[in-house]
Design a protein around this ligand. Structure first.
Ligand SMILES: *Cc1c(COP(=O)(O)O)cnc(C)c1O
Length: 443
């Protein structure tokens, strides 16, 4: 099977330059750290564009495929521009994400809005900006959406998010398709939802079904299993209600390689399994091939990103571990403390030095759980060295916080030896810019 970019541990352009430093996108990482400060998120444009190509080629056998980037993995204006230019639409999960892609100039008919508790204001914004599809998650939302679209005298185009009852072996918090998940309609509730749409909610037009099984998925069989469930439901709804649904959305979830032991499948394998299954079912049931939406997030953006940190203090526990602390941690990358996620790192300025010391990389935040990497063997680290943590493109910046009142890090996009800021580093002023002091506390 042809390999794809999500199977790499590092961005495609990672090299060691003549100074013995790591470089990405032709930019020396030590120079980037000096120029922009640390912690610094670095995103390699070539890696993003190559994985987009991998996806498009992988699904070429099923021409009715639409790629929707799950923007919650990393949603910035520049990233939206890149995905848009690759012909991707966007799966969004909040008013903030909808607004970001809108301001980036994305054609809003290529946007889908998804989520288990969308607010009135968010649904209104989605309708006002002309979002292409809303994936309705539950009965409450169905009623709310009909009310809003009726008030606006609009018809709203929807999918129903369903819970197909498929379990995948990923972390419990990132599984979504199992039966007692908080997301979507249970299979036994679909008929009631369809009856409401057909008989009462006249402003809602149902186009198809949507499911999403989970994230960081390594099992390829879940995709054909999921498609079988979705197509069978579509065939059943046609028989029972004469309803012609012609869209299925199979979600995202393809895994990436955080450490050497991770073996995520290739997009090409997923693409051929999915298109073979669809061709088989279309033939079996004698139906028109449905439009297929897929929504990869992590696998599009994770591999392209690294985070640079500066090494500060260290602590040798007598007869125990050696901790080496960096100037970031759980506020710029909450995944290790939240999901026990593992990461791989190298020292940007010592690539040709022997790796001979096993240390634990600690974050700077006031939590014992703020450990970025447990027991990694690296060259001896000294204060001022630059650590490069790989595969931080997805669910790092997008989950970042200001915990401990620390300013959020900057992000640069690198390509062809050029680096450009795409997120400015927050300033101390930014940190208090939303604070107010009530007049009775005046001094
Ligand atoms: C999170 C999410 C995705 C993307 O998942 P990845 O694992 O990042 O590919 C796609 N679809 C839906 C509905 C999601 O909630």
């Amino acid at each position: 099977m042809v390999s794809s970019t999500n199977q790499n541990l590092k961005p495609l352009t990672t090299n060691i330059n003549s100074k013995g430093n790591l470089e990405i996108g032709g930019c020396d990482l030590v120079c980037l750290a000096e120029k922009y400060g640390t912690p610094l998120y670095v995103i390699d444009e070539k890696t993003i564009r190559t994985i987009c190509q991998d996806y498009k080629k992988a699904f070429a056998n099923y021409p009715k495929t639409h790629m929707m980037y799950a923007s919650k993995a990393l949603c910035t204006s520049a990233i939206a521009r890149i995905l848009d230019s690759e012909g991707f639409g966007f799966d969004t999960v909040s008013g903030g994400e909808i607004y970001t892609v809108y301001k980036a100039g994305v054609d809003m008919s290529h946007v889908l809005f998804n989520g288990n508790n969308k607010s009135y204001d968010e649904l209104e914004l989605a309708l006002d900006l002309g979002v292409g599809r809303i994936s309705v998650d539950n009965f409450f939302e169905l009623a709310l959406l009909n009310e809003i679209s009726k008030a606006k005298n609009k018809q709203v185009d929807v999918l129903l998010r369903i819970t197909p009852g498929i379990e995948c072996h990923t972390h419990e918090y990132i599984q979504t398709g199992h039966l007692d998940s908080k997301f979507g309609f249970d299979l036994t509730q679909i008929d009631e939802a369809v009856e409401l749409i057909l008989n009462e909610y006249k402003n809602i037009k149902l186009h198809g079904l949507h499911a999403h099984i989970g994230s960081q998925i390594f099992e390829t069989s879940i995709y054909p299993d999921e498609i079988e469930i979705l197509i069978k439901e579509i065939v059943r709804l046609d028989e029972k209600f004469g309803l012609k649904l012609d869209e299925i959305n199979i979600g995202g979830g393809l895994g990436v390689k955080y450490t050497e032991k991770d073996m995520p499948p290739s997009t090409y394998e997923i693409g051929s399994l999915v298109s073979d299954k669809l061709h088989e079912l279309v033939k079996k049931y004698g139906i028109e091939p449905p439009t297929l939406f897929i929504e990869p997030g992590r696998s599009i953006i994770s591999t392209s990103g690294v985070t640079l940190y500066t090494i500060g203090s260290s602590k040798q526990v007598p007869n125990g571990k050696k901790y080496v602390a960096v100037d970031g941690g759980m506020a710029d990358n909450p995944r290790p403390s939240m999901y026990q996620a593992e990461y791989f790192a190298q020292v940007a300025n010592k690539k040709d030095t022997q790796e001979n010391e096993t240390v634990t990389i600690a974050g700077r935040y006031c939590e014992s759980g703020d450990i970025l990497i447990k027991d990694i063997t690296l060259p001896q680290l000294n204060e001022g060295d630059i650590l490069c943590v790989y595969n931080t493109g997805a669910y790092n910046y997008s989950m970042a916080s200001n915990y401990n009142k620390v300013a959020r890090a900057a992000m640069v996009l690198v390509n062809n030896s050029q680096s450009d800021i795409i997120i400015n580093r927050e300033t101390l002023e930014d940190l208090i810019s939303h604070d107010e002091i009530p007049s009775r506390l005046e001094k």
